[in-house]
Ligand binder design. Structure first.
Ligand code: FPP
Ligand code: MG
Ligand code: MG
Length: 326
């Protein structure tokens, strides 16, 4: 989602450049400048910074301001996210992200492992030094979730009988956990009550699911120009996602069972064309509309504010943006 389509308010727009500054600082190694060209590759290419927007809006809604700690927490979450993407691109054999060649495509698997590790370590170290042991512990727990979600995905690769629920379990961990921890940190920085923290973290968890289901849909329906990464990569890599599993016909499932690992370009294009002409898009959008509503319902009961309104608008705005990319 571009900054022009994202609902925003001045306090949020002013805080995002501060997060960028922190990210740049975190992704830099003073002892080994070569690391900077690796990590700079993914951090400079930017991204939607959606996790930061949710965290900062949450912090504004609960505390009435964006504290220095909240900005730093957002940078830690973004760096962790960036590190996980470096590893993810290696695992997914991805050559391009955000229109830029991936670390694994440019330098190979070794640097990709190390750059991901560097970012992960830096984020944990910063959370401990800049925020609190609690924050560092929560981030570490989120990394565990990410890894577990990714393991569930790997165990099911090329399994045409993977259930949609199994796909949901994986994405709740691999994507939901980071949105969730962003919300936990927002509440922590605002010294919110346990009840408010739990509600806001549920908002984050739901938002993460919504985000990943739409990401998975776009992988099946969008174009490389719009996405900044090749389309159909999930099927090619054997990642049978929630929207795909819900809309596969028996004939398509049998074709994938027989041809999955050796699927040719023409077979993939044919399958994608069929899927786009079937129930995939309307059914996934309907599911996501309901998920967006549930996300908003999870919001804690806190005093009305512009930031709370942003949190209310974000899920539907993100959904509409994703629909525009189909
Ligand atoms: C993107 O999913 C990937 C994730 C949400 C998590 C990846 C997690 C790991 C590789 C393990 C943890 C590693 C560290 C350093 C914490 P996707 O491949 O479906 O999305 P994409 O279309 O953006 O590639
Ligand atoms: Mg992946
Ligand atoms: Mg990937």
């Amino acid at each position: 989602m571009s900054t022009t389509t994202m609902p925003t308010i001045p306090a949020l727009a002013n805080a995002l450049p501060r997060v960028e500054d922190e990210i740049r600082q975190l992704a830099t190694s003073s002892t080994l400048p070569i690391v900077n060209s690796f990590s700079g590759r993914i951090t400079a290419a930017g991204g939607k910074r959606l996790r930061s927007v949710v965290l900062l809006a949450g912090s504004l809604a609960l505390a009435g301001e964006v504290s220095e700690k909240a900005v730093k927490a957002a940078a830690c979450v973004e760096l962790l996210h960036a590190g996980s993407l470096v590893h993810d691109d290696l695992m997914d054999n991805a050559v391009e992200r955000r229109g830029v060649r991936t670390v694994n495509a440019e330098w190979g698997p070794g640097p990709a492992v190390l750059v991901g590790d560097f970012m992960l370590a830096r984020a944990s170290q910063a959370a401990l030094e800049w925020i609190s042991p609690f924050a560092a512990g929560k981030l570490a727990a989120a990394v565990t979730d990410l890894v577990e979600g990714q393991v569930l995905e790997v165990l099911d690769l090329y399994d045409v009988h993977r259930s949609p629920d199994a796909a949901l379990r994986s994405i709740a961990l691999k994507t939901g956990a980071l949105f969730r921890v962003g919300c936990v940190l927002a509440a922590h920085c605002a010294s919110a009550s346990d009840e408010v923290t739990i509600r806001l973290s549920e908002y984050g968890a739901h938002f993460g699911l919504l985000f990943q289901i739409l990401d998975d849909l776009l992988d099946l329906t969008s174009s490389v120009e719009r996405l900044g990464k090749p389309v159909g990569n999930d099927i090619r890599q054997g990642v049978y996602t929630f929207p795909l599993l819900r809309s596969l016909t028996e004939v398509q499932r049998e074709m994938l069972a027989a041809r999955g690992r050796e699927l040719g370009d023409d077979e993939l294009t044919g399958l994608l064309t069929e899927l786009r002409g079937g129930g995939l898009v309307p059914e996934t959008i309907a599911y996501c509309r309901s998920l967006a509503e549930q996300t908003v319902l999870a919001l804690p009961e806190v005093p009305e504010s512009e930031a709370l309104e942003i949190l209310r608008q974000l899920p539907a705005a993100y959904l509409e943006w994703a629909v525009s990319q189909i």
